[in-house]
Write a protein that binds this ligand. Structure first.
Ligand SMILES: C[S@@+](CC[C@H](N)C(=O)[O-])C[C@H]1O[C@@H](n2cnc3c(N)ncnc32)[C@H](O)[C@@H]1O
Length: 206
């Protein structure tokens, strides 16, 4: 009986398996800001952001194998040296992989809304993980969040502000669209259709 083809190793396994943060200068071969994306999906934002910001070292988490592998393949094809893709659950790996105060920015765009009550606990933005993300960031670091789901937007903003992120526009206020932002794959659709997107740009207090 023919065997099913073996699946390739998870993308970024050498990093996802570490118990302590790596030497990021050695991993990337250069020093510079260190940024993180959680749930990079098909990779539209990660690839475009890395192309525009070659001095930023960017780590993209995406637990779906096909998306993670495609994004890595496209990064290689385009010669992007500043992107690492990790096929892993960000919630379990981020605590081990980044030292406190090491991240310049975290990007979270269009996270899965997990509609069923039984699945709420799978959401990325929960009070404990929000506090952990704050701890991992440098003072003044940026949390960039976007979503099309209004009640999730309100809820995530409230959790992040409750964890200690500061909203320069005022508590609970969303950020206007900025055409200079690198859009995510999903966001491109909304920019064409005109459907609302709720954005926040929060800071870790300096
Ligand atoms: C709705 S999609 C949005 C993808 C992309 N950010 C965009 O805007 O096009 C959410 C993505 O997050 C990924 N994801 C959800 N939870 C994750 C986790 N804990 N760790 C890594 N990836 C996750 C999903 O597999 C999915 O690809």
């Amino acid at each position: 009986m023919p065997r099913p083809p073996l699946l390739p190793d998870p993308v970024g396994l050498h990093l996802a398996n570490l118990d302590t943060p790596p030497d990021w200068d050695a991993e990337f071969g250069f020093s510079g800001p260190l940024e993180l994306e959680i749930g990079s999906g098909a990779g539209g934002h990660a690839l475009e952001y890395c192309r525009r910001n070659p001095g930023v070292r960017f780590v993209a988490f995406e637990w779906r194998k096909k998306y993670a592998r495609d994004t890595q393949d496209r990064a290689q094809k385009h010669g992007l040296r500043n992107l690492r893709v990790l096929e892993a659950d960000a919630r379990s790996v981020v605590p081990r992989l980044f030292a406190a105060g090491s991240l310049d920015a975290i990007h979270l765009q269009f996270p899965d809304p997990w509609w069923k009550r039984a699945h709420f606990k799978r959401a990325v933005v929960q009070p404990d993980f929000a506090r952990l993300m704050l701890e991992k960031m440098k003072p003044g670091g940026l949390f960039d969040m976007r979503t099309d789901v209004q009640d999730r937007a309100v809820n995530m903003l409230s959790i992040l502000e409750g964890a200690g992120f500061v909203n320069p526009l005022g508590t609970g206020v969303f950020h206007p669209y900025d055409p200079e932002e690198a859009p995510s794959t999903r966001e491109r659709r909304y920019l064409v259709s005109g459907e609302p997107v709720y954005r926040a740009r929060l800071r870790k207090p300096s």
